[in-house]
Design a protein around this ligand. Structure first.
Ligand code: DX5
Ligand code: ZN
Length: 221
């Protein structure tokens, strides 16, 4: 099992207090910062462009984990590569076929950026399995993408178990990240199923950040 990583989603932060929130984030123990980029088409919500990432990079040293929920991932990924993303995770459903999905992973890696592929709750991971070597992260959505604060869908854990077995059997370093409705209880279920990277929005930003992150880091197996 890889070291557990916590990636708080800034979607849940109080944007009237950005500096104060980032200061607390920087002291929270979280290793990654999760950017939920939404285009108003692939999902029914609109959020951040690359300038926000550029700005945030000046006030945190966190690893920049960028989750793009957009219809045109190749174009949008290039903007976030230029802005300094460390990892870009795009959606399998936004790619015409698995070959174009793998091609974007290769392109990101050739640019020195880690590549992640995400699946919505109802999307299978079967066609990703032959290509896991090409992916640094597989992101399993545990809510329908679009909004923070939704309830965790435990049925997605079957996909986590399936991936974890393949990754272990093949001695791969691909991370299994989960996103949506994560708190200390659901995070425990996710880690038990094989997740090593937890995204949490509301749970971290709506309470004492340090305590919340610590309660998730404690779930490490
Ligand atoms: C949903 C986003 C998630 C979400 C997580 O589309 O990808 O990152 O903001 O928020 P919580 O933890 O509040 O479910
Ligand atoms: Zn996300």
């Amino acid at each position: 099992m890889q070291k557990l990583i916590i990636s708080p989603s800034i979607l849940a932060m109080d944007f009237s207090q950005v500096n104060q929130q980032i200061t607390k984030f920087n002291q929270s123990g979280a290793q990654w910062m999760h950017f939920d980029v939404m285009d108003g088409h692939f999902v029914p919500n609109l959020t951040f462009g690359p300038d926000i990432l550029t700005g945030f990079k000046k006030i945190t040293k966190a690893f920049m984990d960028v989750h793009i929920m957009v219809e045109n991932p190749t174009v949008v990924a290039s903007w976030f590569v230029d802005a300094g993303a460390d990892l870009i995770t795009f959606h399998r459903e936004a790619c015409a076929d698995i070959e174009s999905c793998v091609a974007l992973c290769r392109k990101l890696r050739s640019q020195g950026v880690m590549a992640g592929v995400s699946v919505k709750p109802k999307t299978d991971v079967k066609d990703l399995i032959p290509y896991l070597e090409e992916m640094d992260v597989v992101l399993i959505m545990s809510v329908e993408p679009g909004f923070g604060g939704q309830a965790f869908m435990p049925e997605v854990l079957d996909k986590v178990r399936q991936l974890h077995k393949v990754i272990t059997d093949r001695h791969l370093s691909t991370r299994i990240q989960i996103d949506g409705g994560i708190n200390a209880e659901t995070g425990k279920l996710a880690v038990a199923a094989g997740c090593d990277t937890l995204v949490a929005g509301s749970y971290v930003f709506k309470r004492d950040m340090r305590e919340a992150v610590h309660s998730l880091l404690c779930l490490e197996k």
